[in-house]
Design a protein around this ligand. Structure first.
Ligand code: SF4
Ligand code: SF4
Ligand code: SF4
Length: 355
């Protein structure tokens, strides 16, 4: 541990902790923009800059480690002036669509942080009349890229390369022309992008976004936390529910997914809920017609139970094996093995979560 003083309060921080990690120990709040926990600590936006006693320059809190005896100021006048200037420079070429949904204006992380540091507009922005808007890149059915509101923070690159390990995204060009080479154009399906959407979830401006977010305003949805139904990883996310219908997902910082989702969890975990093709009652095959017919749960369970018991009595328990689906909950899988061992009298139990 090392003793550090943050905004006049002495705290003990773990050796190797960053100033950003240590700040909450002294109840200090440090704003961030390009920082993405565990994935991106480039310190390129400079909004988390703080002052350290004895050092001439401000340093980014996200990638500067504490050391014993360090005296840190997270909110001096100099720090606040510096953050406002950094934000004005970032906003100088941030050009949101003037026709965007006003309900969503001010809701991006960039806009929230700008408000937090006290910046409404940038003195360095070009007048609207002289701005040439770049076309959207949006042939991908799920994702789109709007270069006009990209602030080149690199969060998407970190999410794709370090989080999803897909190594698709990168920066092209230099200086003020630098932009993200987003693979969502006409050849969107000719690369190895998995349309997982981790880049869109990481983007603090909505420059990379999922198209379906256009179908709702954040003020109209309520969030319901759940576990992805698709595999045994058990990723955590919120369903975004509008008028009783699931319209989207939002990854959470769960123990196994840490804010990431694969394409199945993010985009294929809810449409089926209201699909007209969904099988919503048990079906029993009519032996005479060969067609499946709707049945009640009692009828279906009685039929299965009768047949299973007949197999056990006629051929012995080892003629039966239970194979649990990895999409089932722990509790359901536990009950399946319990029933297999105690009712069918066999230890033939397995699960596809094991492979
Ligand atoms: S697309 Fe979004 S996350 Fe990527 S660099 Fe631009 S603003 Fe940052
Ligand atoms: S959708 Fe996934 S794979 Fe494709 S660029 Fe974004 S993060 Fe990378
Ligand atoms: S989001 Fe993907 S990896 Fe996570 S539980 Fe769902 S299917 Fe599995």
């Amino acid at each position: 541990m090392c003793k550090v003083t943050i905004d006049g309060i002495e705290v003990e921080a773990a050796e190797g902790a960053t100033i950003l990690e240590a700040a909450p120990l002294a109840r200090a709040f440090v704003p961030t923009l390009c920082f993405l926990k565990g994935l991106n600590n480039l310190g390129s936006c400079r909004l988390c800059s703080v002052e350290i006693e004895g050092r001439p320059n401000l340093v980014p809190a996200c990638n500067t480690k504490v050391s014993d005896g360090m005296v840190i100021d997270t909110k001096s006048d100099r720090v606040q002036r510096y953050r406002r200037m950094a934000m004005e420079l970032i906003l100088s070429d941030y050009r949101p669509d003037p026709l965007r949904d006003p309900d969503n204006a001010g809701r991006t992380q960039l806009e929230r942080v700008a408000k937090m540091v006290g910046v409404d507009a940038s003195r360095f922005s070009q007048p609207d009349s002289s701005v040439v808007r770049e076309p959207l890149v949006e042939s991908n059915p799920f994702l789109s890229f709007d270069p006009n509101i990209c602030i080149r923070c690199q969060r998407c690159v970190a999410a794709c390369n370090e989080g999803a390990h897909n190594h698709i995204l990168g920066t092209v060009h230099r200086g003020t022309r630098a932009t993200i080479d987003a693979p969502f154009g006409p050849d969107w399906n000719a690369n190895t992008c998995e349309s997982c959407g981790c880049c869109a979830a990481a983007c603090p401006t909505g420059a990379i976004s999922q198209k379906r977010t256009r179908s709702y305003s954040l003020k109209d949805v309520k969030r319901v936390r759940t576990t992805c139904p698709h595999c045994a990883v058990g990723c955590q996310f919120n369903f975004m529910v509008k008028d009783g219908r699931i319209v989207d997902t939002e990854a959470l910082d769960g123990p196994s997914n840490k804010g990431l989702l694969c394409v199945k969890g993010r985009s294929a975990s809810f449409d089926f809920v209201t699909s007209p093709d969904r099988v919503s009652t048990p079906l029993i095959k009519n032996r005479e017609t060969g067609e499946f017919e709707s049945a009640t749960w009692d009828e279906a369970l009685d039929l299965v139970a009768t047949k299973m018991m007949r197999i056990r009595d006629e051929f012995g328990g080892d003629a039966i094996a239970s194979f649990a689906c990895s999409r089932s909950t722990n509790e359901d899988v536990y009950m399946l093995q319990k029933m297999t061992r105690t009712v069918f009298k066999t230890n033939n139990v397995d699960s596809c979560a094991r492979v």
